[in-house]
Design a protein around this ligand. Sequence first.
Ligand code: M6R
Length: 609
Amino acid sequence: MCGIVGYIGERECSFLLLDGLKRLEYRGYDSAGMAVISNGKIDFHRSQGKLYNLEGLLRSKPIKGKVGIGHTRWATHGAPSEKNAHPHVVGSVAIVHNGIIENYLLLKRELIKRGACFLSETDTEVIAQLVYFYHQEGLNLEEAVRKAISRLKGSFAFLALSSKEPERLIAIRKESPLIIGLGKGEYFVASDAPALLPYTKRVIFMKDGQMAILSRGGLELKDFSGTPVPFQAVDLPWSPLMAEKAGYKHFMQKEIFEQPRAISDTVRPHIDLDKVEIFFEEFQITPNELREIEKIWFIACGTSWHAGLVGKYMFEKLCRIPVEVDLASEFRYRDPIINKNMLLIPISQSGETADTLGGLRKGKASGAKSLGICNVLGSTLSRECDCVIYTHAGPEIGVASTKAFTTQIALLYLLALYLASILNKIDLERKRAYLLDLLKLSGQINTILEHAQDIERLASKYKWARNFLYLGRGIYYPIALEGALKLKEISYIHAEAYAAGEMKHGPIALIDEDMPVMILAPKGETYTKVLGNMEEVISRRGKIIAVTEKDCREVKEKAKDTIFIPSTNPFLKTILLTIPLQLFAYYTAVFRGTDVDQPRNLAKSVTVE
Ligand code: M6R
C-alpha cells in the first residue's frame, strides 16, 4: 500500500527515484510525487494518476539534486488528487509515508490551534507538520523526527528531508516495510526489494522501531529512543532481470509462464528422491513437537487464503490432523480457541499483509507455534514467525497473484507429506509416488501453457459476459474461488464461485442463457456428482466451460467448451486446474482493455487494515 523510495549519493537522483517508483508502482498507483534537495531548497513535483504523469512533469520541469525521496500512492485518507499526493512539504521539511497515522485527527486539531495550516486531507501531513514544528523550535532533523514519532500512533514507514540539513536523509520504520540498499558512497531506501535490484543487492532490512540516519559518509541505525543498534547487511537472492517483463506484455503473463520454474525452485531443494526423504532445514520445530500438534490453523488473505483452503484438504487427508482455515481479518477480531499445541501457519506472498500479521501476533500471544509460508526474504512475517519456509517464486509484481499461489500449494503439499511421514500416516511407496508426481508437475504445466492460444480463443468468445459462475467440489472448490477472484480483479467481470453441490441451494436461480459457468470437473471422488451439477446447469440453458482431463468423455459431451489438463493425483490437480483459469482471466482482461498489472482500486500488498 504505497511505495516509498529515497536516495542520497553522488548521482542526479530524480530519474533514479522515478525508476524506483516504477518498480514499486504495483503497491499503489493513484498518484505520485517526489522531492529533491536542489541548491539548498526543497524542489518537488506531485501529480494525480499514474507515474507517467509525474514523469511528464519531470521532463517538462526537471528537478536537480542528489538527495531525494519519492512516493507512489494508494489512497487511504483523502481522495487521489495532487494535493493529497506525497511528498507533503511544510516549510523546510518534506515527508513521504506508507501506513496510517491513527491519531492524526487529534494531532491535526492540536497543530491547527498552534497555527499550522493544513493543505491536504491526508493523515500523512500531520507528520510533516509535526516534524516542521519541532524543527522550527530548534531541534535538528533527527531530533525533530524522533520527537514527532513519539506522538504518532499507527503504522508508518516514512522518509524525511530538510532543506536546512541538505546532506541527510532520515528513514523510519514501524510496522510498514523499509529496506536500505548499500552502494559505494550512496544509499537507497525502498519499501520493497525490486526498487533496489538494479542498483545493489546488498541490503539492510530495517526492523520495527528503527530510525536510519543516512548521509554520503555513512549510515547510523538507532532505536526510537536514539540508542544506536547493531545491524547486519545481507545479499538479496533475486537478480534485476527477475523484476523485468522479459519480453512479455504484462508481468502477470510473465508470472503465469514462469510457474514451472517457480514450482521447481520451491520444492526441489527439499526433496531427496533416492532416499524418499523430504527435509526442511528451516524447521525449528522438532519431530517430537510436531507429533504433539493437535490442530493446524491456516490464516491468510485473498489468494493466499485460497491456498490455505487447499492445504486443509491436503493435511486432513494425508496427515489425519484437524485443520482450520481463517481469513486473517476475521481471525484477529474473534476469540479463537488456541493453545500451545496448535501450529499456526500464516500464508502470505508479501509477508507484509497487515491482517495476516495481526492474526499471527494474536496466535503467538495465545501460545501457538508459528510456521510462515512466505515469498519475500526479510519480510515482517518471515521475521515474526518461529520459523519460515519460502516459496521461491521470485518477485511477483502483477497485482493479481499467480505464481505465488501455485508455489504455496506445492509447498503445502510437500509439508503435508513431510508431516504425514513423521506421523506415520503414509508408507514409503505412496510417498515416493507422490514425490514423483510433484517432480513431473512443471512439465505438465508446460503442456498447458503450450496451448495458451486455445484459452485465448475462449476468452475472446466470452469476453463480454457480464457475470460468471465458477463451480468446483471438494479440494477443487478453493480453485473455483481463486479462478473467480482472478477474473473479477483484472477483468472487472462479476464472478462468483460456489461449491458445486451448493448451487441448488440458491445460486441456481441466476442461471440462464447469459450465464457462463466455469466448471472444474476432473476425475475423482466427486466426478459423477459434478456431472449431475452440469446437467442442472444445462437444463437451465447455462453455458458450460469445463476444465477436465482428456478421458472424461461425459464432460466433453455436456460442456459447450472444454479445456483439458494432464492427469495427476487429486492434490496436484489443484495446480493444473489453476493454470487455465489464470490464463482465461488474463486474456479476458487483455481483450477488455483493462490495466492487467495494476487493476483499479487494488494494491499488491495490503499493509493497512
Ligand atoms: O501478500 P499476501 O499473499 O498476504 O496478499 C494477500 C492478498 O492481498 C492477495 O492474495 C490478493 O488477494 C491478490 N490481489 C489476489 O490476486
